[in-house]
Ligand binder design. Structure first.
Ligand SMILES: Cc1cc2nc3c(=O)[nH]c(=O)nc-3n(C[C@H](O)[C@H](O)[C@H](O)COP(=O)(O)OP(=O)(O)OC[C@H]3O[C@@H](n4cnc5c(N)ncnc54)[C@H](O)[C@@H]3O)c2cc1C
Length: 462
C-alpha cells in the first residue's frame, strides 16, 4: 500500500508536522529511529527518577487573547486546546557579565527596557531605534544571511550592550559562530525578551504524550525504533527502506533529521551543498540536589546567561569545553511549579565535538573528562549562586558525542548546519526539509517549522 505522507524524525518538529498533516490526511506515518520520541528534547531514567534532556524553558510565552502570537498560532494550527497545557511562566532571568554587570528580564518586557535605560542610559535612544526597526522588519522573508552583530554594533554603538543582548539569543538559537542571522535575531529577540519564557506543568514526557495522543486520535501512526536507512525516489513517489529491511512506499516525505543527514539517506545523485562552516557543540550538565534543609543559594532567577571575558565569544572552543560563558537553569523556578525537598540545576557550555570524539575511543578518559566537566561547571555556578556541592545526589553530563549518538545529528550539533534552507526546498519535488536545518530553532521554532513546511509544500499537494 502506498501512503500519502511520511515524516522522518520524531522530535518536536516531526511530531508537529505529522499532527498538521493528519488533520487533513490521517494516513500519515511518523518514523523515529529511537525507542523514545522527543529527539533533542527527550528524557531518561536514573534511579527510577525521570530526567529531562533539554528543556530549560520554552520561549514565546503569550496570553490566550493574543491571537497573532506564534504560540497561539501554533496551537491553532495543531488544533491543540490551550487549556490542555498549563503554562508556567518564568520568575525572571538575567544576563550577568564580567564585573557583575547585569541585565534582568522577565515576561514583562518593560523590565528589560527599564534595565537598559538605567544601566546603559547613553544607549536608551538607540535601543528604541532598534525596537522601531524590529517592529517593521519582516523576519520571515527568505533573505540571505545578514550579520546581526554588525547591524547591532552600528545601531546601538555599544559593544557591551550588544554582547549582553546577543548572549541569550545566541545560546538559545544561533547555529553560527560569533554571530547570528538578522532574521533569526529578530525572531529570537521577540521570542525571549518581548514574549518571554515558560514551561508546561509536568515533564517533557507529559508534553510528548499529549502530542502523541493527539496525533493518534487524528488517525496518524507513530513507529518508534524505525530508523530510515535509505530512500529510493523518482518523481512520482519514494520507497523508504528501514534499518529492519522493511520497505514503505509513499508520495511525499518530510524529513526533520537535518539537511546533510537527509542527503546521506538518498540513493543516487542528489543535490548537495558544501558544509564548510563549523557546527557548534555543547555540553549540558544536570545536578540533582537535596534541598530538604533549604539551601541558602540564590534561587531567584529561572535562567542565568553569564560571560566572564571582556568580550562574549560564541564559538567552538579549542579545548573540550569553554567554561568562560554559559547558561544556568533552575527548571523548578517557574510560577505554579511545586518543588519538594529536591532541586535541579542544569548548565550548558560551548564544547568541541572533535575533542570529545577523539576522547570517546578511550572510555575511562572520556568518563574522567565528563566528571571534570561537571566539577568545572559547578565552580562557575557556585560563584554565581552560592555553595551547594555537598548536597548533590546525582550529576551527569552530555557531550556532543552523546547528542550525536542519541539523535544522529552530525557532530552532535544541536543547532545543525549553520547554513539554513529557509523554504524547506532541497531541490526535490517530493521530499522536503523541516526542523533544525530549516532555520526556526528551539521548541516553538522547530514545531512552527514542521507546521509551516507542511502548509507550504505538502498540504497543497495532498
Ligand atoms: C541540551 C539541550 C537543551 C535545550 N534547551 C532548550 C530549551 O530550553 N528551549 C528550547 O526551546 N529548545 C531547547 N533545545 C533545543 C530544542 O530541543 C531543539 O531545537 C528542538 O527540539 C529540535 O527539534 P527537531 O525536531 O528539529 O530535531 P530533533 O529533536 O533532533 O529530532 C530529530 C529526530 O530525528 C530522529 N532521526 C534521526 N535520524 C533518523 C533516521 N534515519 N530515521 C528516523 N529517525 C531519525 C532523531 O532520533 C530525532 O528524534 C535544547 C536542546 C538541547 C540538546
Amino acid at each position: 500500500m502506498r501512503i500519502p505522507a511520511l515524516v522522518i524524525g520524531g522530535g518536536l518538529s516531526g511530531l508537529a508536522a505529522a499532527i498538521r498533516i493528519a488533520r487533513f490526511s490521517p494516513e500519515v506515518v511518523l518514523l523515529e529511529k529511537h525507542s523514545r520520541l522527543g529527539g533533542l528534547n527527550s528524557y531518561f531514567y536514573r534511579n527510577k527518577k525521570l530526567y529531562e534532556t533539554g528543556l530549560h524553558a520554552i520561549t514565546n510565552y503569550a496570553e490566550p487573547g493574543d491571537k497573532k502570537a506564534p504560540l497561539n498560532r501554533l496551537l491553532r494550527q495543531l488544533k491543540l486546546r490551550r487549556k490542555d497545557i498549563t503554562l508556567c511562566q518564568q520568575f525572571q532571568s538575567k544576563v550577568v557579565f564580567k564585573d557583575k554587570q547585569s541585565l534582568y528580564f522577565s515576561n514583562e518586557f518593560e523590565l528589560f527596557q527599564s534595565e537598559i535605560s538605567e544601566k546603559f542610559p547613553a544607549s536608551a535612544n538607540n535601543f528604541q531605534k532598534l525596537l522601531n526597526f524590529l517592529q517593521e522588519f519582516d523576519a520571515f522573508a527568505p533573505t540571505p544571511f545578514r550579520s546581526a552583530k554588525a547591524f547591532l554594533l552600528q545601531t546601538l554603538e555599544n559593544r557591551l550592550l550588544v554582547d549582553m543582548i546577543l548572549c541569550p539569543l545566541m545560546y538559545y538559537g544561533s547555529s553560527h559562530e560569533d554571530d547570528m542571522d538578522l532574521s533569526q535575531f529578530a525572531i529570537m529577540f521577540r521570542a525571549i525578551f518581548q514574549e518571554g519564557m515558560f514551561r508546561p506543568f509536568g515533564t517533557i514526557k507529559d508534553f510528548l504524550e499529549l502530542l502523541v495522543k493527539h496525533l493518534e486520535c487524528l488517525g496518524g501512526q507513530i513507529r518508534t525504533s524505525c530508523g530510515v536507512e535509505k530512500i529510493f525516489r523518482n518523481d512520482s513517489h519514494s520507497i523508504v527502506r528501514l534499518e529492519s529491511g522493511e520497505e514503505i512506499e509513499c508520495d511525499y516525505i518530510l524529513s526533520t533529521i537535518g539537511y546533510q543527514e537527509t542527503l546521506r539517506l538518498l540513493d543516487g545523485k542528489v543535490p548537495s551543498s558544501p558544509d564548510s562552516l563549523p557546527r557548534l557543540g555543547f555540553v549540558e550538565t544536570i545536578y540533582q540536589l537535596d534541598d530538604s534543609k533549604g539551601l541558602s543559594i540564590d534561587k531567584d532567577s529561572t535562567i542565568t546567561f553569564y560571560n566572564e571575558n571582556e568580550n562574549f565569544s560564541y564559538k567552538s572552543p579549542k579545548e573540550l569545553v569553554d567554561f568562560s560563558s554559559g547558561v544556568i537553569c533552575f527548571p523548578g523556578n517557574f510560577h505554579g511549579i511545586e518543588v519538594k525537598n529536591e532541586l535541579e540545576i542544569r548548565s550548558t557550555h560551548l564544547a568541541s565535538y572533535s575533542k570529545w570524539k577523539e576522547l570517546s575511543s578511550d572510555k575511562n578518559s572520556y568518563l574522567e573528562q565528563k566528571n571534570h566537566c561537571s566539577s568545572e561547571s559547578l565552580k562557575r555556578i557556585e560563584a554565581l549562586t552560592g555553595k551547594f556541592a555537598s548536597r548533590i545526589t546525582y550529576q551527569n553530563s552530555f557531550t556532543p558525542v552523546t547528542i550525536e549518538r542519541y539523535t544522529s545529528k552530525i557532530k552532535g550539533a544541536i543547532y545543525g548546519n549553520p547554513t539554513k534552507i529557509k523554504n524547506g526546498d532541497i531541490g526535490l519535488s517530493n521530499i522536503f526539509l523541516a526542523g533544525t536545518d530549516q532555520g526556526f530553532l528551539g521548541i516553538i521554532g522547530s514545531m512552527l517549522s514542521g507546521v509551516s513546511i507542511v502548509n507550504q509544500h505538502i498540504l497543497p499537494k495532498l
